[in-house]
Design a protein around this ligand. Structure first.
Ligand code: 3SL
Length: 240
């Protein structure tokens, strides 16, 4: 009998995206610590659009044109740019109604890699319930693209991807066939009652903790801070 259910799968890193490319109408880009959380927060606090760019060179071109430009590399604000990747830095009035540009180590790279998919949306634990509700309504083949860390697997994005696929599969309208997706779901089920504790020794949590960014970590690992769903259109992220 023909499978009527849509697929929801998990790709662990942007480097593996080419194995999944073209099979999915919707790609959800995830970078829980911290890019996609910060992007959700920015829209919650009234930003008009974000132009995600993969390289510092691209970001610099926009800076020369007078844009407000955020740039993060290895967890820190890059010298000469206006802001970085902390969700708290977007909770300010100066961003309200503005178009800004952002480049980050992994998150904006994933967005660039997925940009030709029919629909690209931004996912994080911060917008989990709103996003899964919307994805369920779309009823399309969906890929959760984890940003990882420099093309390596990371736990926090995988757990968020597992949470999204678990919610979709529980409707009975979606199924996963890839082992990456099945593993993501099991990781989510082990982590869901205590994300902070589960991720205690994860590499990026350690990295950010060493930069004194514990408050950012707590914020990013708290689900459902917002119902905003950012979407990529013509190279710009806006609020759906
Ligand atoms: O890699 C990214 O896009 C960032 O989110 C990394 S960091 O959290 O700012 O270190």
């Amino acid at each position: 009998m023909e499978e009527k259910r849509k697929r929801v799968e998990v790709c662990y890193t942007p480097g593996e995206y080419h194995y999944f490319k073209d099979e999915f109408e919707i790609v959800v880009v995830i970078d829980v610590l911290r890019a996609t959380t910060a992007i959700c927060v920015a829209f919650e606090y009234g930003i008009k659009s974000i132009i995600p760019v993969p390289t510092l060179e691209d970001a610099l071109e926009y800076k020369k044109k007078g844009y407000l430009v955020g740039a993060e590399r290895k967890g820190q604000i890059v010298e000469g740019f206006d802001f970085g990747n902390s969700p708290y830095s977007y909770m300010k009035d100066e961003f309200r109604g503005k178009d800004v540009v952002l480049t980050t180590t992994n998150g904006t790279k994933s967005i660039a890699v997925a940009k030709d998919a029919d629909t690209v949306v931004i996912g994080a634990l911060a917008n989990l319930d709103a996003l899964t509700e919307w994805l369920i309504k779309q009823n399309k083949n969906t890929l959760c693209l984890c940003s990882g860390w420099q093309d390596k697997f990371n736990l926090e994005d995988t757990i968020c991807a597992g949470a999204i696929s678990d919610a979709l599969i529980n409707t009975g309208d979606f199924t996963s066939v890839e082992d990456s997706s099945i593993a993501a779901k099991y990781l989510y089920l082990s982590a869901k009652d205590n994300y902070m504790g589960y991720l205690k020794s994860s590499s990026h949590r350690r990295r950010l903790k060493n930069l004194n960014l514990n408050e950012d970590i707590k914020y990013c690992l708290t689900p459902n801070k917002t119902s905003v769903i950012p979407i990529l259109k013509d190279g710009k992220l806006t609020k759906l």
